[in-house]
Design a protein around this ligand. Structure first.
Ligand code: SF4
Length: 324
């Protein structure tokens, strides 16, 4: 692949705003072969770092792209390493980040964290401003089932590496946990993950579901009920938990339209019934708004520990797959 074709976007990202993507790994080289991967099965599974492209060429291509994007007046909030594989397999990742610092823009890396036990990988990631670590589970058997890691990798060493990283990282640390129906969406499993995440102390812990066709067709997203339960369990241990369930943009933006505001908020986290009533009161609107959103299939009511919550319905493609 030509180096100039590995820079893409900017694409809208709920977490990162306008994100210019850097695909620093040829497709699809990864240390995992996640059952939910939207890129299909891993063709080349490896845990050894190597050089793929010349760092200077990557940096030059990014600089040219940034210039072009600025010329047409488009904003860029982050330069993001989010390749068709695992970005830390690139032994030049740290050098590439350093070369990009001259642009004085924020740099993000979305990693599966499988190599974070290595001091050189932690050093590279420390150069970024924003890092997302994958924490789908802290149970070895479930990890093997979901992430299907390269066979030399060990979960306990990876989790320990994440804790070492959080001790020294000065940027914004986030985590991403994919919830899969019948695999890692039960209360006990979520409690264990919450215990680890409480030690890791991410700025935001994101709860995700697969929103595009997964590598393994039998995989389904966790239900709205299970996602809400996970949110509540994590919310007891962590200060900031958010959904990442397939709706980009407009989160928390007050549009002046109470329906839109409700959908924006509930795509990020569930709302307690009292909070919904308060929002409606401020907007001088009645409960009929909620009934219509439920009837149109945009909102749903879920119960947790005797309390009623309202959350956004999951994106439709996954629901259709779940019905099969
Ligand atoms: S870590 Fe990411 S790229 Fe690798 S298999 Fe999992 S989802 Fe796909």
């Amino acid at each position: 692949m030509a180096v100039n074709s590995i820079i893409y976007g900017p694409v809208p990202s709920r977490r990162l705003g306008h994100s210019l993507g850097i695909n620093n790994i040829p497709p699809k080289i990864c240390s995992y072969s996640c059952v939910y991967c939207q890129l299909g099965i891993t063709l080349n599974i490896q845990a050894e770092r190597q050089a793929f492209y010349e760092p200077e060429e990557i940096a030059q291509s990014v600089k040219e792209k940034v210039k072009q994007v600025r010329e047409i007046g488009e904003p860029i909030d982050y330069l993001t390493f989010v390749p068709d594989g695992e970005p830390t397999l690139d032994v030049n990742l740290g050098k590439e980040i350093e070369l990009l610092k001259s642009l004085d823009m924020k740099i993000a890396v979305i990693t599966n964290a499988s190599l974070i036990w290595r001091a050189d990988v932690r050093r590279d990631l420390q150069k970024a401003d924003w890092v997302s670590l994958k924490v789908d589970t802290v149970s070895k058997q479930i990890w093997r089932r979901i992430n299907q890691p390269q066979k030399s990798l060990q979960l306990e060493v990876i989790l320990d590496g994440m804790l070492k990283f959080t001790d020294s990282f000065k940027g914004e640390l986030t985590t991403e946990s994919m919830l899969l129906q019948g695999i890692n969406d039960n209360g006990g499993e979520i409690e264990r993950a919450a215990g680890f995440l409480a030690q890791l102390k991410p700025n935001i812990a994101y709860l995700a579901i697969p929103t595009r066709p997964p590598a393994k067709r039998t995989i389904s997203a966790a239900s709205e009920q299970a996602i809400n339960t996970a949110y509540q369990i994590l919310g007891k241990r962590l200060s900031n938990v958010e959904y990442l369930i397939g709706y980009e943009g407009n989160a928390f933006a007050s549009s002046g339209n109470v329906e839109q505001d409700l959908l924006s908020i509930t795509s990020v986290h569930p709302m307690r019934e009292e909070a919904v009533r308060e929002l409606l009161r401020k907007a001088d609107a009645g409960w009929a708004v909620i009934e219509k959103l439920i009837e149109d299939g945009n909102l749903m009511q879920v119960e947790y520990q005797g309390k009623r919550f309202y959350m956004r319905r999951l994106p439709r493609p996954i629901r259709y797959r779940m019905l099969k």
